[in-house]
Design a protein around this ligand. Structure first.
Ligand code: ADP
Length: 157
């Protein structure tokens, strides 16, 4: 079984992330969306809230599961026996960042491959950080995130 880990902060999960998962379902049997619980990076949304949203979004898809992890990504992959790391590429800036992480991960764990999907052109400008900015200014995020997240955020702010 081809299992891939899609690691990220997903703070919050966007339609760009959703599209990567959707397309990767054509390549892998199972995708684990794994929220990195990074102690050094203060998140905007609590990890439990981010996890609940993802569980809700993928509740009817048995090929997608949701988890949180706080160790090295390759160690987490080994723990759950996943041989692939899935990442999205938007821009050349993403590429430089991803190249370094991907090559380091390959060095740490040579049997795990990172697979990159180019973002749909329509999603290239969408990022969690821009969505957070829009939320801070109380503007509408419904075009950029799944409906359940937009609805909840409306109630929260
Ligand atoms: P991280 O904090 O690890 O960068 P993110 O949640 O920002 O986590 O992103 C997780 C993955 O999703 C990364 O590979 C990133 O390049 C990709 N990604 C982010 N935004 C988009 C988007 N709009 N379209 C496609 N992929 C995206």
């Amino acid at each position: 079984m081809k299992k891939a880990v899609f690691p990220g902060s997903f703070d919050p999960f966007t339609v760009g992330h959703q599209s990567i998962v959707q397309r990767a379902l054509g390549l892998f049997d199972h995708i684990v969306i794994a929220i990195g619980d990074n102690l050094e990076k203060k998140s905007f949304f609590d990890i439990e809230i981010r996890k609940n949203w993802l569980n809700e979004i993928y509740k009817d898809n048995p090929r997608v599961s949701v988890d949180a992890f706080s160790q090295l990504t390759v160690d987490y992959c080994n723990e759950i026996d996943a041989k692939f790391i899935l990442r999205g590429l938007r821009t050349s800036a993403d590429f430089e960042f991803e190249r370094q992480i991907g090559q380091m991960n390959k060095n740490l764990q040579s049997n795990i491959e990172t697979v990159f999907l180019l973002t749909d052109a329509a999603h290239t400008y969408i990022s969690s950080s821009i969505v957070r900015e829009i939320i801070k200014f109380k503007a509408d995020i419904s075009k950029f995130v799944p409906k359940i997240i937009a609805d909840d955020v409306k109630k929260m702010f």
